[in-house]
Write a protein that binds this ligand. Structure first.
Ligand code: FAD
Length: 619
């Protein structure tokens, strides 16, 4: 797992990409024909090197130094400058952007795997290239040829960075309440308004910042339908592409946050002096539509961010549990001379580590699979496969975003617990991870909003076709492996949990149809967790089945026929230990975590409305 002192789960990343998903298939399509497993491996190795050697050393420095606001300017941690240069020069900002548009043209799934390493290494640093990519991708997807020529090369190369400006004081989750104004003036609009909480809104990493701003044109209809999207540079750009005069975008201050302190979170005032020029992307009133098209990508990114930190917390906890000596084995409690043991020998620590391992491996499978669906949706020639992949992305994205980030926060907390008192102190990295990861459940649509999206929109989208397609996939998997000699019994547990989830979904549909839309929303978050639990059980069992065959082949090659001989192979060979771990993780998840689906369903089907009924004065 280790790459220097910064741990990376490279083996599991490759397992998911190649052995579970089989991403080499992408190389059969024209778009990815220049790649092979070897080139993907080279990219992963390069990414691991950059993450461990250049980005990881920034993390605790950034936490201590933070960003400094002075007279409208923001200084990022000093060490970010050199790292940003190396990151940009390596072409990582545009890793999955088409080569013709200035990128490396990598599949999304491979770029995402490298992003896992970068984000884990220092997530406050990666907000700058991450937002740049998000903003540039908007221009790439919806800009005019002139806009693309003007901005993309400089953004993808890191010469200029980007932002996404949606939030205003009165418009957080309720994006439709955005008030920022855009008044047409010749070939541009005059932008006027204040945006808050803008990541990378002001900093000294690049010579210009390109803001993607949601604003309302004159006479626009109220709500989201009246929003338009504008490109607003911090510094105006002359016709020849050189920098011109300041564009009346001013930073009013930065937030002092519990985590991601190296990421500047800015209040931005647009057009205080009536001189802020914005250039429309797409047409008037199309803003939210365009943003929606980029939303899956952004939510996948935040799900990954949360997961990457949770996974890293697990790796640190595992390392600590193997090193920290405390107490004796429980069977030798009465023997004062019993040898002192590492805490990984204690059952409670093993349960905690196993919980983290199972979640980490299951979440990686979920997130990478979503990225692979995105790849297939881009290249598939069969329209049915294309539609299926798009449906799965739409259905799973709220789960990817909310389930991953909620679980990841808990994983960082469990990692602190494994470290005992040291976990609560600054010299160990896990307390920072716990602070850093919390934001992932809040931005890019809070997790409460994600759950409402799943229950209120995705379940019924296309007359339920998304969820029915997903169920068919899980059913086929169960049928295929029901008779598996060792893992077959777990299929029955998966089937029961899946059926329970279906019952809860039907119950929501009935309550909503009977004129009670509040009840499904009351339980949207626990429902999303149930969904995540069933999905992870499915993906982990899929991994276990693959691992079982591979492990058997290793045993046969080693001539290990007895349990003792096989245990010795697992002890001696890293590959055997890896596959054995997969089987144990799936078994643990299905028997220890999946049963939670039943208890959540009992509550949902029980119909209790006390949280809705209680008068506010009685809280
Ligand atoms: C560090 C940081 C970086 C950020 N970066 C950016 C950025 O780059 N660009 C940008 O535009 N914004 C950014 N944001 C803003 C972020 O997206 C918002 O904070 C988030 O959308 C929530 O909005 P809010 O804070 O106003 O909370 P609110 O919307 O007030 O929500 C408060 C609580 O109420 C719940 N809630 C709200 N409405 C409903 C509802 N209808 N039904 C059920 N529950 C509801 C929410 O789930 C939440 O739990 C950032 C925020 C932070 C803290």
């Amino acid at each position: 797992m280790s790459n220097g002192t910064f741990p990376i789960s490279l083996r599991d990343m490759k397992f998911v990409l190649y052995e579970q998903l089989g991403i080499e298939r992408l190389c059969q399509f024209d778009k990815f024909k220049d790649f092979s497993r070897e080139t993907f491996d080279m990219v992963l190795e390069e990414g691991a090197k950059l993450a461990a050697e250049v980005i990881a050393p920034l993390n605790s420095v950034a936490d201590k130094e933070g960003c400094i606001f002075e007279k409208g300017r923001v200084k990022v941690p000093q060490a970010f400058h050199d790292a940003f240069k190396k990151y940009s020069e390596g072409g990582w900002i545009a890793a999955s952007v088409d080569a013709e548009a200035g990128g490396q043209g990598l599949p999304e799934s491979v770029a995402l795997a490298t992003a896992e390493m970068f984000v884990a290494a220092c997530c406050s640093f990666t907000t700058y290239p991450g937002l740049t990519r998000g903003c540039a991708n908007l221009i790439q997807s919806f800009g005019t040829p002139e806009q693309k020529a003007f901005y993309l090369e400089k953004m993808y190369s890191g010469q200029w960075t980007g932002t996404m400006c949606l939030t205003e004081p009165q418009a957080g989750s309720a994006v439709g309440d955005v008030k920022c104004q855009a008044k047409k003036e010749g070939d541009h609009y005059l932008i006027n308004g204040t945006k808050i909480f803008i990541t990378a809104g002001e900093h000294n990493l690049a010579e210009n910042i390109i803001h993607a701003v949601l604003a309302r044109t004159e006479n626009a209809p109220p709500g989201t339908k009246g929003l338009s999207l504008f490109i607003v540079p911090k510094i105006r750009i002359n016709g020849d592409g050189s920098l011109g005069e300041p564009n009346d975008v001013n930073c009013g201050g930065i937030e002092h946050k519990m985590g991601i302190k190296g990421s500047s979170t800015c209040t931005l005032n647009f057009g205080d002096n009536g001189k802020c020029h914005g250039y429309i992307l797409g047409q008037e009133n199309q803003g939210i539509q365009l943003m929606f098209q980029m939303m899956n990508e952004a939510r996948l990114g935040v799900g990954l961010q949360g997961f990457a930190l949770g996974n890293l917390a697990y790796l640190y906890a595992l390392k600590y549990a193997k090193e920290r000596i405390q107490g004796v084995e429980i069977t030798k409690l009465r023997d004062p001379n019993a040898p002192r043991v590492p805490i990984i020998k204690h059952p409670d620590i093993r349960r905690t580590l196993m919980t983290m391992k199972a979640y980490a491996e299951g979440l990686r499978a979920l997130i990478y699979r979503s990225a692979y669906y995105a790849d297939l949706a881009r290249v598939a020639t069969d329209p049915k496969e294309k539609e299926y992949c798009e449906n799965m992305i739409d259905l799973l994205i709220p789960v990817v975003k909310a389930y991953s980030t909620d679980i990841a926060f808990r994983m960082t907390e469990w990692a602190i617990q494994v470290h005992g008192g040291y976990g609560y102190c600054g010299e160990y990295p896990v307390e920072q991870l716990c602070r850093d990861v919390k934001i992932t459940s809040i931005y890019e649509g809070t997790n409460g909003i994600q759950a409402m999206d799943l229950v209120g929109r995705k379940l019924s989208l296309k007359k339920g076709a998304l969820v029915m397609g997903w169920m068919k996939e899980v059913n086929e998997f169960i049928e295929k492996h029901r008779a598996h000699p060792t893992l077959g019994s777990f299929m029955a547990q998966l089937e029961q949990a899946k059926n329970t989830l279906v019952n809860a979904s039907m119950h929501f549909a009935k309550t909503a149809a009977s004129g009670d839309p509040l009840y499904p929303m009351l339980h949207a978050c626990p429902y999303l967790e149930m969904f995540g639990e069933v999905e992870l059980a499915y993906l982990l069992l899929d991994q276990a089945i693959i691992a079982k065959d591979k492990l058997q082949a290793i045993f046969e090659k080693a001539g290990a026929a007895t349990p003792e001989a096989q245990a010795k192979v697992i002890e001696d060979q890293a590959e055997a230990a890896f596959y054995s771990g997969k089987i144990h993780a799936a078994e643990f998840f299905v028997t220890n975590i999946l049963p939670q689906v039943q208890s959540r369903a009992t509550t949902i089907l029980g119909g209790n409305r006390s949280a809705l009924a209680i008068p506010e004065a009685a809280f």
